[in-house]
Design a protein around this ligand. Structure first.
Ligand code: FPP
Length: 251
């Protein structure tokens, strides 16, 4: 992150109506690159720049948590060269951006089955997670080798073990107990989920956590999702009536 002036909250956004946690599915990198006549991987490189700009916006506009879907459990099915490029990109970014993340007060953490990642990448993840753990300006959570179904299976296995060991009675299994076994145990659920590039699927992303999340889909390709596109998404979010299953008595 290059030191920049603070970008003020646009006047048509009410600070009281901003999401506290935004989750993004960064879709459309490949199409963006192909349309410009570049190889697909150039789209991922540009996509990483977009993520950085969005993180800065979250920091400036006091949105405390941003969760980005960087690599799903299904993404291993992509061509080997693309998977290798992405892994190398994650590793390079973690090394290159660590000092700046610390200067900017960014906390970074990861969710997903990290054991399956290359040991060198795991080391960078551990290093960055530890080095930024106390930072408080904004929290970037990166979903890497993440899949919601496997996260839930994993949680069920841990709960089943507790039951088997006599530490938990089946009647004591509540939403809270299950939530506590997810990768996101200490993080409030997202308020807003954004998916770019015109796709309207959830693709195995945070399925438990988004039960009451507002969904926002846009045709904009991820590398083009700039501050003004985010502004639009937040404006739209501000108009939503979040009822959480209740009825408004005043309506
Ligand atoms: C989906 O677009 C994008 C990805 C699978 C990778 C996203 C990763 C980044 C933007 C890098 C972020 C870096 C860090 C460290 C978090 P796509 O390739 O499916 O696009 P397409 O649908 O146009 O083919």
């Amino acid at each position: 992150m290059i030191a920049q002036n603070l970008s003020p909250l646009p006047i048509d956004l009410n600070p009281q109506c901003l999401p506290q946690h935004v989750a993004v599915i960064m879709d459309g990198n490949g199409r963006w690159a192909t349309r410009q006549g570049f190889p697909r991987v150039a789209g991922h490189r540009q996509g990483a720049r977009t993520l950085k700009a969005l993180l800065r916006c979250c920091k400036d506009w006091e949105i405390p948590t941003l969760t980005a879907y960087a690599f799903s459990t299904e993404n291993w099915r992509r061509p080997t060269e693309e998977v290798d490029f992405l892994m190398l990109l994650f590793e390079r970014l973690l090394k290159k951006e660590l000092a700046e993340m610390n200067r900017e007060g960014v906390r970074i953490s990861f969710i997903g089955d990290l054991d399956a990642l290359a040991p060198s990448l795991q080391r960078q993840i551990e290093r960055a997670t530890k080095a930024t753990a106390e930072n408080q300006s904004v929290h970037l959570m990166v979903a890497a080798n993440y899949g919601s179904r496997s996260e839930m299976i994993h949680a069920c296995q841990k709960i089943a073990q507790q039951v088997q060991q006599g530490k938990l009675d089946p009647t004591e299994i509540t939403e809270k107990v299950l939530s506590q076994q997810l990768y996101t145990s200490d993080i409030p659920d997202p308020d807003l989920l954004i998916r770019t590039s015109g796709e309207t699927r959830l693709s195995n992303y945070l399925l438990w956590q988004i039960a009451y999340t507002e969904l926002y889909f846009t045709d904009t390709l991820w590398p083009d999702f700039d501050q003004s596109a985010f502004h639009q998404a937040l404006k739209e979010y501000g108009k939503r009536d979040r009822k959480f299953g209740q009825v408004r008595l005043s309506a």
